[in-house]
Ligand binder design. Structure first.
Ligand code: GDP
Ligand code: IMO
Ligand code: MG
Length: 431
């Protein structure tokens, strides 16, 4: 019985939600350890599509307990809306099935306002964030001004701390129109009421998970975003504000490194990115458009069109080095069904010099020219394929080239959004 991490191997939206949902029934706990409602994880079954943002993707399995770890930044309004949305679809998220760490930081309305202000207007550094207040909430955490769920248990303290923060923010950002819509009285009244409604879910998850480990319960750690958006290893500054690689788990869930026994790297058969920042294999031609259309590449959280390109093996190898994936899950292979030719990026040149390394500096990343290896397309619909052997030979050659370059076995291939549209190539990685 192993604990498993599911982590994005590219720039997010690889299909982590689908994989977590498929595996969750075998796990006692599904745990989010970083990010917030910038994440949008889609789960499709029984002809219905669900989008999860803060709720872990284990919520559809009645025997799985879902934990929002201390490393997550939680917008109480967004989480309540998500819980209500699920209730309308007939799924009750009771306090025993959703636990929130009392050390998790709270996103307050002013964090979102600051995030959106920084992203708007001329002369500012635009990252293309989701505008959800994620960056400012992590800034508040790191600068020791944040508020956590445990603070909300003492109403007077909570109120005083919000008032003090609000005063400090007005001194800096008092002119913002959006802030005027949120006078301190409204922030206090609505935030305290929202947090109060979540308090029945709040626990010290360190002790819950320690006891679970003692009892040898199984844990699945659900990453949000991905390693190329990681604040340390991603394409800085075009990144999110947390450690979305697997090493974020220990700090963001409060478990020791030994608790993470297997790591599944989730990777699309091509590449997408939403928001700004370097993307060496981005396609600006018809093929990029075809991938966007066939893959419905529009953000689950913001609806923004995703930028599309070929699979970048230099970047994938780099994220593999950081995470040491036990196995790769290759998602959305069906999206490439109609292409005459498919390409893999197997190297970079920078100013004519070849390299196999993913550079740290933005200026280098922006000058990267990809070196491609071309493969014939399979031009066969894959939606109905359920066995690896039944894949067209061209598709298998493409997958094997990925596996060989990365040096990591492909254990799962996904050929459609539905739970059923999944090929387990090496089932033993998922037992
Ligand atoms: P996540 O953020 O990593 O959970 O990924 P998202 O849910 O944001 O984006 C993945 C999108 O691709 C969702 O719309 C999924 O329903 C869809 N999807 C997942 N796997 C497949 C697949 O194998 N084929 C196709 N066509 N769609 C898929
Ligand atoms: P999931 O979990 C794709 C991107 C944003 C922006 C950058 C910073 O669904 O894969 P932020 O709001 O986090 O400060 O934005 O990160 N981003 C994502 N891109 N998938 C995500 O999550 C993302 N979460 C944030 O587009 O470029
Ligand atoms: Mg997503």
């Amino acid at each position: 019985m192993k604990n498993v991490a599911v982590a994005g191997a590219q720039w997010g939206d690889e299909g982590k939600g689908k994989v977590v949902d498929i595996l969750a029934q075998k796990f006692d706990f599904v745990i989010r350890y970083q990010g917030g409602h910038n994440a949008g994880h889609s789960v499709v079954f029984g002809g219905k599509r669900y989008a999860l943002h803060v709720l872990p993707s284990g919520v559809f399995h009645p025997d799985t307990v879902n934990i929002v770890g201390n490393g997550v930044v939680v917008d109480p309004f967004a989480l309540l809306k998500e819980i209500e949305g699920m209730a309308q679809k007939g799924l009750t998220i009771s306090p025993d099935r959703l636990l929130i760490s009392d050390r998790a930081h709270i996103i307050l309305p002013y964090h979102g306002i600051i995030d959106r202000w920084r992203e708007s207007g001329p002369g500012k550094r635009h990252i293309g964030t989701t505008g959800r207040g994620i960056g400012p909430a992590y800034e508040w955490k790191a600068s020791r001004r944040g508020l956590r769920f445990c603070d909300a248990r003492d109403k007077d303290l909570f109120r005083n701390r919000i008032e003090a923060e609000y005063k400090a923010i007005c001194a800096l950002y008092g002119d913002l129109d959006e802030l005027k819509e949120w006078p301190v009285s409204r922030v206090l009244e609505e935030s305290i009421a929202a947090v109060d409604r979540l308090l029945p879910h709040v626990v010290d998850s360190v002790y819950v998970l320690a006891e679970a480990r003692r009892q040898k319960k199984r844990m699945l750690f659900e990453g949000a975003q991905a390693t190329l958006l990681d604040v340390d290893f991603g394409t800085y500054p075009y990144v999110t504000s947390s450690n979305s690689c697997v090493s974020g788990i220990t700090a963001g869930a409060g478990v020791p490194p030994a608790a993470v026994e297997r790591t599944i790297g989730i990777c699309k058969a091509y590449t997408t990115r939403v928001g700004k920042g370097p993307f060496p294999t981005e396609l600006h031609d018809d093929v990029g458009g075809q991938l966007r259309d066939a893959g419905h590449e529009y953000g689950t959280t913001t609806g923004r069109p995703r930028r599309c390109g070929w699979l970048d093996l230099v970047a994938l190898k780099y994220t593999h080095l950081i995470n040491e994936f036990t196995t790769l899950a290759i998602m959305k292979l069906d999206v490439m069904d109609k292409l005459e030719e498919v390409k893999l990026c197997v190297g970079y040149t920078i100013d004519g010099k070849e390299t196999q390394q993913f550079p740290a500096a933005l200026s280098d990343l922006e000058r990267v020219k990809p070196v491609y290896k071309s493969f014939p397309g399979w031009k066969t619909p894959l939606h109905e394929v359920r066995r690896y052997d039944a894949l067209p030979v061209e598709a298998k050659r493409y997958l094997e080239a990925i596996q060989d370059y990365i040096g990591c076995p492909i254990g799962l291939v996904s050929v459609g959004p539905d739970r059923e549209q999944t090929i387990f190539h090496h089932a033993d990685y998922f037992n």
